[in-house]
Ligand binder design. Structure first.
Ligand code: ADE
Length: 361
């Protein structure tokens, strides 16, 4: 179903006020980013640790000669007797995903999701499987899926994470089409922006940000999940091979990342704009039935997704800002977060819908 009035429009919005809002924050962001990299360089030179600065950097597990060390450093081993598997809720590339309960000594039991590594794996598969845990174990943020721990000293090998009652955001929105207020939808987008601000501050590039990789809890809190980059893309049914052999979810990916593999927090911002569109259209497929090749060509010609039905103008303008061809012109996640919080604190800013503006023209 096509919710927009036309399937593609050229960027034509007046970005004056939006650009103004971003310019001042961009300068601050630039200064902050410079201070951060200076400080990181200084502290790394001395000890490799960042004392008292509050700045933490993500460590790529691939930089460890022995990836088992990364697992030991960033994850907690769980005794399998603490885990009760209840039911199968899905299948991943490596094996089943189950729901269940975790009861750690001296703690109340909690609902968890358990990813298992199916038997018959080779060492490389075990490493790839546990790679995600050693990435997730480095994060601590209310909008990033929380790792409870791993089971590596007995079989099956498992990754245990917090349970998210409403599952993946794309299917959750499709089964609840039209059921939320604009403020609730913006609240979901705010949560994702909080998680992405944290990841970009840590120096982590997600590369596969999409509604299918966001999980939703029972209170509508959205959390970023699916870490592991190359593995994530292997696992993602949306990822297609490019001419240069990379496997990329074309509809969610920035043009420079598709064309020459330039992934960055700015390419994550492009994907965030697509997630905004997915949320405001209740899980519609971006660019509908267009082929990947047509999507690439249309974007190159300057076409962008139109506003979903009932979408506030301010949100569509933010999407268009995330989809600027020049990656340096796209907002940082902290800018996106500031902008969304202003909208939430001033709900009348969300009353002008794109459809109303089109009717006045
Ligand atoms: N599916 C995959 N991971 C999940 C989780 N953490 N909670 C609920 N469903 C999931």
């Amino acid at each position: 179903m096509c919710r927009g009035l036309s399937c593609s429009i050229e960027i034509q919005a007046d970005f004056y006020s939006l650009a103004n809002c971003f310019t001042c924050h961009r300068c601050q962001g630039y200064i902050k980013a410079r201070m951060k990299s200076e400080e990181k360089r200084r502290t790394r030179f001395h000890s490799g640790h960042v004392p008292f600065s509050g700045i933490k950097t993500y460590v790529d597990p691939d930089t460890y000669e022995d990836p088992t060390q990364a697992v030991e450093e960033f994850t907690k081993e769980i005794d399998p007797s603490c885990i009760r598997i209840e039911r199968v809720i899905g299948t991943g590339e490596f094996g089943e995903v189950c729901s269940g309960r975790l009861r750690l000594p001296g703690r109340a039991d909690i609902a968890v999701a358990i990813k298992t590594l199916k038997g018959g794996y080779v060492e490389q598969q075990r490493r790839d499987f546990l790679r995600e845990a050693s990435i997730m174990g480095q994060f601590n943020n209310p909008n990033i899926i929380r790792l409870e721990g791993v089971v590596t000293k007995s079989r099956p090998v498992m990754i245990v994470v917090e349970y998210m009652e409403n599952g993946a955001l794309d299917s959750f929105l499709r089964t609840n089409d039209g059921h939320f207020t604009v403020i609730q939808l913006v609240g979901m987008l705010r949560g994702i922006a909080v998680g992405m601000t944290y990841l970009s501050d840590m120096g982590y590039i997600h590369r596969d940000l999409a509604a299918r990789n966001i999980l939703v809890d029972g209170n509508l809190v959205c959390k970023v999940s699916d870490f592991g980059m190359s593995r994530v893309l292997e696992d993602d049914p949306e990822a297609a091979y490019t001419a240069t052999g990379g496997k990329i979810p074309i509809r969610w990916t920035a043009p420079e990342a598709i064309a020459y593999g330039k992934f960055s927090s700015a390419s994550d911002t492009w994907s965030y704009g697509i997630v905004m569109w997915e949320v405001m259209s209740y899980g519609e497929r971006p660019y509908w039935e267009m082929s990947n090749q047509d999507v690439i060509l249309s974007i190159e010609e300057g076409y962008r997704l139109p506003a979903p039905m009932g979408c506030p103008v301010a949100l569509h303008q933010l999407m268009l800002h995330c989809w600027q061809k020049e990656r340096g012109q796209r907002p940082h996640f902290s800018d996106i977060l500031t902008f969304l919080e202003k909208l939430i604190h001033n709900p009348s800013s969300l009353l002008t819908l794109v459809n109303d503006v089109q009717r006045l023209d």
